[in-house]
Structure formats: C-alpha cells, structure tokens
Write a protein that binds this ligand. Structure first.
Ligand code: BUP
Length: 473
C-alpha cells in the first residue's frame, strides 16, 4: 500500500449499534497490517460496550493502542432528552475539543481519522487542523444516508425553518425510485426543540466537508442508493461513499472468550441443536430498545400462539440486562409457563450472528436496526421488521424492497403503539411460511458472501486511497 505504516485513529460513539460497525471496519484495516488507535469515550453507557472494547483491544495487542477520551459530565438540564444513548452522544459531542492534544501527541503520524456519524459538526474544528483526511462511518443504510444528505437540500430554501415544516408527505430523493413517506421519518426529527433535530440538520450540511463515508452496505442490496449518492444526485458536493459491507462479525465479539463455550451461549446453542431446521423464530430488538411493559404480554401471547418454537431475547431495561424486575412478574405465572413450554427466554447479551447462522433459525423478528438487518442478510434469514424508533422504518423498508423481509406498516412505531398478540402471531406465521421470502433471503446471502469476498480487494483500494490521501498532505 505504502512505504509508510498506515495508522488509523477510530472514534466510536454510544451504543453497540455504533460500536460494532466501528470495530468491524477497524478489523478490516487491521487485516492489512494497519496500526489502529482506538479512542474510547469514557465512561461508556453500557457494560456490553466496555466488554466489547476490552475484547477488541486484547485481540490485537500489537496493532491496537487504546486511548481514553475522558468525557466532561453533561448538565442534564441543558439537553432535551432522557435517553441514555442520546445523552451520551451529546456528552461526546461536547467533549471532542479535548481530542486535539490527544491526536497531536500520537507517536506515529496519522494516515486517517475515522469517526462516528453522530460527531460530524463538533469535530470539524478539530479535523481541519489535522494533516490527514477524515472519514465518518455511517451506522445505517444507504437509503438512510440519502435521506440524511438530502435534508440539507430540502432545508436550503427554508433557512431556519423547522424540518416538520418543509418535510412533505413523500420525500422524493433524486436517483431513488421509492420516496420516503413522512410517516417513516424519525419522529425525533419532527418534534420541536429536539436535540436530534439540531444535530441532524447541522451535520447534514457538513457532510460535504468530509473526505469520505464508510457504510455497511453493498451493491446488490442498495446499488441504487449507493449510485445516487456517489453520482451527486442526492446532494451536490458529497464525498465518496464507500460500501464496505457486509461487515462481518469478528472473533473478538465472542462473549465467551477462551475456546470453551460457557454462559448463556452454550445452553442456547445446545437448545438450537435440538430443534429442526428453520423451525425457530429468533426475537431481538437490539441493545438499546427496551420492550415496553404495555407490549410485553402481547409479545408473549403472539409467540405462544404462532405455532413455532422461539428464542426471545428480552430487554426490560434500556441499558444492559441486570433486570430488576422478573419477566414472570410482568407476564404472570400462567403465561410464563406457556412461554417456557414453547421457547427459550434470554436476558443476557447473546452472540446474535452465531444465532442467526444456526440452521434451526428460520426467521427473525427484529426492530430493524441496520446492523441486525445486515447480519440477517449475511445469514440468509427472512425478517419480520417491527420498527420501534429512529431510522428503523427507513432501514426496514430497505429489507422489504430487497425482498428479504416483511414489515407491517400498520403496526406503527413500536415505541408508541401496542400490537395485539394475535396480530403478532399472524405475521410471524406469514414470515415463517413465505417461500419466496426464504428463496430471496438465500439469494441475498449468496450476494452478500460474494460482496464480502470482492470486498477484500475493495478494502485494499480504500486503503490505497487513505494512504495516498495522507501522502498528499
Ligand atoms: Br441485544 C444484542 N447481542 O444480545 P442494531 C445485540 N447484539 O450481539 P441497536 C448482540 O448489537 P439502533 C445482543 O448483533 C447488532 O450488531 C447485534 O445493532 C448486536 O440495533 C447490534 O441492530 C445491534 O443496529 O440500535 O444498536 O439496538 O437501531 O439504534 O442502531
């Protein structure tokens, strides 16, 4: 690639959904002998994140150096959110000025700085002073990136106006055939005085100042959106968007390190081994979505009534899994017994990719988090999406358009509306028995594997660019 050591600094933001792609991209570069400095905002929100960071660093003791970014505590009265992950986003945004001395004191000169999408604007004064290029990694789909980038185009003639006033019923993005309906726009973007709205609008306008965007997507899945972004149709002046997906799970993600399976994964895999092929429904709503009390009972009823066995990863708390309340307290003993008869309930952090790859798993009920969708595509499993909040309707639409998933639009946002058990059971049956969905998921799995194999060469190209860019400076 270059005579010089390629040295990359990575800065992730809050939540496993942001940390996983960061570390997986870093791992991609590490395979080519790059050196990585991982800047870790401290403290993290969840134990799952700090455990993952530790496992990553100890997996590459000679190539990775960890440097803490000690966060300045945020005065919660200055922000309009109580979501622990949003609070952390903002805390990191307000602490990034502390990065300048950290970056300038690195012993090997940096070839590139790669950071989380949620940090674009506050990092510009820092990156402008660097002699290397800066990139973001975008943690959602190319369709979502198109929406994000196009927002600044929509905002331009409406200077200072709130997005709720200029986002119409259907957002038509040049180069993208199916419009994004207003009902799919993250609700926090449409609310007055929301922290998300100001971050989103400011960052959308600043995308053009970056040297590039890494995204966990690939041609066969999102060729249209990737082309529209790179051909300047979505917004003028955008930097190159590199589809580096599908990002694969790496060894350091194994919860049980040291060879021997222990903890929850051993019993899960043993149970899955006993089930017949494609007979199990896997249910998980990601690491930051707690299923609402009002929904839990109907969720359990739906699973009990769907007629399939299931593995249900339950999250009652927003952060981590040390449940204060037992599921039985919420469900009652009669329903809890039925649940235990037909399925397995798990409260601990699981290895999702390993579960999705098990031959017994025949369908995934998911919140539609982008990492989850990409992992499902990788394993060729059909998806029933139930978007809860944020970008999840837009990402679920990608799964629907590509033919690997269904998404009952009438369910609305999971964070706001309750869906009845019988309706959940009906849709699970529909997903599990839909042959064309299964065939399409298998085809997309093949395409994903092909893209990953080609991505080895592709990744080399990115690295050449990264290194070449840094030599220019
Ligand atoms: Br829960 C859970 N094990 O037990 P998404 C999640 N994951 O490996 P997110 C586990 O977390 P937003 C668990 O494989 C995926 O890589 C999962 O990312 C992993 O959703 C990641 O799917 C979850 O993007 O929120 O982070 O809940 O949708 O906001 O990104």
């Amino acid at each position: 690639v270059s005579e010089r050591v390629v040295h990359l600094a990575f800065l992730p933001s809050a939540g496993i959904g942001h940390l996983n792609p960061c570390l997986r991209i870093a791992a991609l570069f590490l395979r080519y002998g790059c050196k990585v400095t991982l800047i870790t905002p401290k403290p993290t929100v969840s134990l799952a994140e700090s455990n993952l960071i530790s496992r990553f660093c100890s997996s590459f003791p000679h190539q990775v150096t960890r440097t803490d970014l000690n966060l300045i505590p945020l005065d919660p009265t200055t922000v309009n959110t109580s979501d622990p992950f949003w609070l952390q986003f903002e805390t990191i945004r307000r602490s990034v000025h502390l990065l300048a001395p950290i970056l300038s004191s690195l012993s090997t000169p940096l070839s590139a700085f790669i950071y989380d999408v949620s940090l674009i604007s506050p990092l510009i004064p820092v990156t402008e002073k660097l002699t290397c290029p800066s990139y973001i990694y975008f943690t959602s789909s190319a369709r979502m990136l198109s929406f994000f980038a196009h927002l600044s185009v929509l905002a331009a003639p409406n200077q200072g106006a709130h997005p709720s006033s200029f986002i119409g019923d259907d957002i038509k993005i040049p180069g993208i055939a199916s419009p994004i309906p207003r009902s799919s726009v993250p609700t926090v973007l449409l609310q007055p005085n929301s922290l998300f709205e100001s971050i989103f609008m400011e960052d959308s306008a600043n995308l053009a100042k970056l040297n590039g965007v890494f995204i966990n997507s690939f041609e066969e899945l999102e060729g249209e959106a990737l082309a529209a972004l790179n051909e300047g149709k979505v917004a003028k002046g955008l930097p190159p968007v590199y589809g580096v997906g599908p990002l694969m799970a790496c060894e350091f993600e194994e919860v049980d390190q040291g060879g021997q399976r222990g903890g929850c994964m051993r019993s899960i895999l043993e149970w899955l081994d006993e089930q017949s092929e494609t007979s199990v429904v896997y249910v998980c709503f990601g690491n930051r979505t707690a299923t609402r009390r009002e929904q839990i009972k109907d969720m359990a009823l739906g699973l009990v009534e769907c007629g399939y066995s299931f593995l249900w990863v339950v999250k009652l708390k927003e952060v981590d899994r040390e449940e204060e309340e037992d599921l039985e307290e919420v469900l009652g003993s009669e329903l809890m017994n039925k649940v235990k008869e037909k399925g397995v309930v798990e409260k601990e952090f699981v290895e999702q990719v390993e579960i999705l790859g098990h031959p017994s798993v025949g369908g995934f009920v998911s919140h539609g988090g982008w990492n989850s969708i990409m992992e499902t595509v990788w394993e060729g499993v059909p998806i029933l999406s139930w978007p809860q909040s944020g970008d999840q309707k837009i990402t679920s639409e990608t799964a629907r358009i590509s033919g690997v998933g269904i998404w009952p639009h009438e369910w609305g946002w999971g964070a706001q509306e309750v869906v009845k058990g019988e309706e959940i059971a009906k849709r699970i049956k529909e997903m599990m028995s839909n042959e064309s969905l299964r065939v399409r998921a298998a085809e997309m799995k093949k395409a994903a594997r092909k893209a990953a194999a080609a991505g080895v060469g592709g990744s080399c190209e990115f690295m050449v660019e990264v290194a070449a860019d840094s030599q220019k400076n």
